[in-house]
Design a protein around this ligand. Structure first.
Ligand code: IMP
Length: 198
């Protein structure tokens, strides 16, 4: 079975290839299928944005399609940066965006936050399934660590023993992260009864 990952991000395609190949999927990027769209993320939620991206590619190929959308929600900032995590306040670099979060939380007692990952899977008959992983934690007082990407240097997960995600081994995220949780749900679904045989 073929599946197209609805993204132009090569790293993401590689990750999903590693995950889905053992289940018998031949994983393709949009580009490999000649699909050159860059879907505008106009949804109001991670679910909506993941579905928008998957549906746009599905409409062009009518086969298995997978997409995901993820980000960081900070309680004291009313859930920001949320779906705007990759472009928070229009800031260009990840370092600037991390700095903006630390500055916004200056003097705040509530530093709770969570990472969210939403995976959207569409099967050849057009049925759509969403898998949502949540990873709770707090925002650190200052940056620490060089592993991972994005907000990892300022995120201390509930299972991180007080250390930022970026200061822990990469394998830690593979077990505990929002993405790992959403992928686990996806795998359970795909391994289940009729999903892959359909
Ligand atoms: P996207 O789902 O690839 O659009 O990612 C959205 C943005 O959320 C990224 O650019 C990061 O800023 C942030 N983000 C999502 N997942 C993580 C993570 O695991 N660690 C750190 N930042 C993340």
């Amino acid at each position: 079975m073929e599946i197209v990952i609805a993204t132009n991000n090569k790293g993401k395609v590689r990750e999903y290839r590693d995950i889905l190949a053992p289940l018998g999927f031949e994983v393709f990027s949009q580009a490999e299928k000649g699909i050159s769209i860059d879907v505008e993320e106009t949804g109001a939620t991670f679910e909506e944005n993941a579905a928008l991206k998957a549906r746009a590619v599905y409409d062009l190929c009518r086969g298995w399609v997978l997409s995901d959308d993820s980000g960081l929600e900070v309680t004291a900032l009313g859930g920001e940066p949320g779906i705007y995590s990759a472009r928070y306040k229009g800031l260009q670099t990840e370092a600037e965006r991390r700095r903006a979060i630390l500055d916004a939380l200056e003097g705040q007692d509530d530093r709770s936050a969570r990472f969210v990952c939403c995976i959207c899977l569409i099967s050849p008959d057009g049925a759509q399934h969403l898998f949502k992983g949540i990873w709770k934690g707090v925002i650190a007082r200052e940056e620490d660590g060089a592993n991972g990407f994005g907000y990892d240097p300022i995120f201390v997960s509930e299972d991180g023993a007080g250390r930022t995600t970026a200061s822990l081994p990469i394998s830690f995220k593979e077990t505990y992260s929002h993405r790992a949780k959403a992928v686990a749900m996806l795998m359970a679904y795909l391994r289940g009864a009729d999903a892959v045989r359909a």
